[in-house]
Write a protein that binds this ligand. Sequence first.
Ligand code: UD1
Length: 417
Amino acid sequence: MDRFIIEGNRELSGTISVSGAKNAILPVMAACLLAPGKSVLRNVPNLIDLKTMSHLLRVLGARVEYENGMMSIDSRDVCFFEAPYELVSKMRASIYVLGPLLARLGEARVSFPGGCAIGTRPVDLHLKAMEALGADITIEHGYIHARAEKLTGAPIHFEKSSVGATINAIMAAVLASGTTQIFNAAMEPEVDSTVEMLNKMGARIQGCGSTTLTIEGVEQLFPVEMEMISDRIEAGTFLIAGALSTKPVTVENCLPGHLDALLEKLRAAGCELEVAERSITVIPPEVIKPVNILTLPYPGFPTDLQAQFTVLMSLAEGVSFIEDTIFPDRFMHVAELNRLQADIRMERNVATVKGVKQLSGAEVMATDLRASAALVLAGLVAKGSTIVSRIYHIDRGYDRIEEKLNAIGARITRENA
Ligand code: UD1
């Protein structure tokens, strides 16, 4: 199992580039099931989660090829409708095939995703949306079995904002007969980019970027080519790395409009920011000011940057409060950060972070994707060396993170232990 050895206290400076957004690519890959033929996605990074989704699409009968950031998905021969446990248990986003399979084949059997390191993650909203469109759902032997001869457009009211359920509902509704309206739809950029792709394929979805979407079902969708948006969470992780440094760091190939909530908090922490069309330069403060964080659905502060921002706050001059309202149990990184001599106390879903002068290198364990990114950031600024084990988590969502950070001054070695 690979681990990172990070030499701490090094100065980062220069330009670092952001890859395509994993969380935008995963649903778009599933959406390719809806348009028989070969679709092509560009700006696709080399990530374990995308390999897992490719594997799943192949199991369903698609041909998937990947080379040099370009992925082609030929879904002409898709005829199987089961997403097996061994793939769904590796990656919860496998649930994204539920809507498309139902819409295209009239049947889907998807293993019930279990819990994961960031807490219980139910799929009830996905299932309610499918039922609203007329699917008959049963749960048997750990599998969700959904059937519908033909889905029918209907109103769908989400009681809670969910990225995954919104996207699944859209993908099921695009080929349904009649009109579907989705209320309280999630507004994350990953929803918008899926809508853009589907509309390019011939779907009729209106209301993009708002909480109410109207979908007029169409008979057929057609394969397309599309450039994937850049990853706002990877960009945010690098901006926080810059904020922790002593020299300016420029994050390029990013979409600043997707990062407003983070930029506001970085400014409040004392960072100076130079925002251009496709890049942001962060000039770190001499003294990091404490800032409170409340994670919320987009355009609020993303839960996927909570762990990384906690690292920044662990070095602030004062106390900050960090609350996760999306995944209340997503604080596995706290115990590991405290091993690096951070001073963080947990009470329910609120972390009280008392800034310390310096973190101190130690052996820590990555528990989930974003927590691992946080531990890498902490290792970069800690005194001495930090060993982060179980970094397969980080490879799920960051393409060559050590190479990218080393190019701006970090010293991170990947070791097979
Ligand atoms: C996506 C992202 C994940 C991010 C999360 C929130 C992908 C592949 N993953 O996950 O990185 O952290 O959005 O921005 O894009 N919920 C229910 N019932 C459901 C579905 C969700 O109660 O059926 C709850 C969840 O437990 C959570 C909240 O709704 O409290 C939001 O979750 P959701 O937006 O669905 O997250 P994902 O789409 O799984």
